[in-house]
Design a protein around this ligand. Sequence first.
Ligand code: BGC
Length: 381
Amino acid sequence: MKNTTLRSLIAVSSLVPATTVAADTASVTQTSFGRLRDGREASLYSLVNANGMKADVTNYGAIIVRLFTPDRAGRMDDVVLGYNTLEEYVAATPYFGAIVGRYGNRIAKGKFTVDGQTYSLATNNDPGGLLCHLHGGRVGFDKVLWSAEPLLVDNTPGLKLRYSSKDGEEGYPGNLDITVHYWLGNDNAFKIEYLATTDKATPVNLTQHSYFNLKGEGRGDILGHVLTLKASRTTPVDAGLIPTGKFAPVAGTPFDFTTPHSIGERVNAKDDQMKFGGGYDHNWVLDNQTGQLALAASVFEPSSGRTMEVWTQEPGIQFYCGNFLDGSNVGKSGRPYHHRTGLCLETQHYPDSPNQPNFPSTVLRPGAKYQTSTIYKFSAK
Ligand code: BGC
């Protein structure tokens, strides 16, 4: 399907009930996003909901390229960092907008043991000079071409993305089949549903790595964004950003976002944890440990009035405030992304879980299903 709109194709589909009112407003459009060096073509899918909110997604890395949300005056701005072209994503990206995996976040020394067998992964990151495995390795799920199928169900535009990760890929055991559904709801909620199955026991920890700037991408730093996290503890890290295995209460520390605080207020606090991350780059232990969808975080940007809520079934959230952005990535509007001009709220299991007996297990076994969902919901006040 090239340069076509799903709306016209779906008119006869049983997926759309005859009673749908705004059926002619929500749509999914597919265009080319360029070719990879090996000749394969990537697509760009534009999902537009009944309110005119738009998400552009490519099947390269399952990347959210653009996400337009209204401010308090109804003005749409693109609130995620990223590039206009496939080439730029292929050349250099700090995981802008991508699904990361097979294991999002860090695994100490790139080693883990499952059922008595030790596996070695690529060590592609070295905070504090200490080697670790980060976000799936050299060619993680952010750098592969997913198969994609546009959807329009109950007037909700969506995209079904699939990737089969081979046994041994990036050193991980087992053939892992992954399906990710993106949905752009008419309540302005961007929903991500993850599903995975394996034929050998393997750690799995998938997350979405969008960098948000609710002022609009390229419009300066995120230090004035006001954050609330439904989390009373973190998993403190060592100099290599690997958890020590302990849980630390946030009360009385710069990590306490149980009440709203601007990100800038305490980001430069003299604190060892803050020093290791160069600012916030830590996993918070969410108070909700039920596995059911619950509010995990909310971010309010005062000048635009935009608010983003994060809902998840996951037990943790990595809040990363873009400390490693240094202006070398020039974004969609031609402006460099400087230090702390985007923030990530990556819902997940805790970092290094495969080596941490105190943490909830991330091992998926044959016959079991990895199934989890996260929602980024937008409004303005
Ligand atoms: C991590 C950062 C890392 C970044 C990659 C985040 O998820 O927490 O430490 O530098 O991804 O750009």
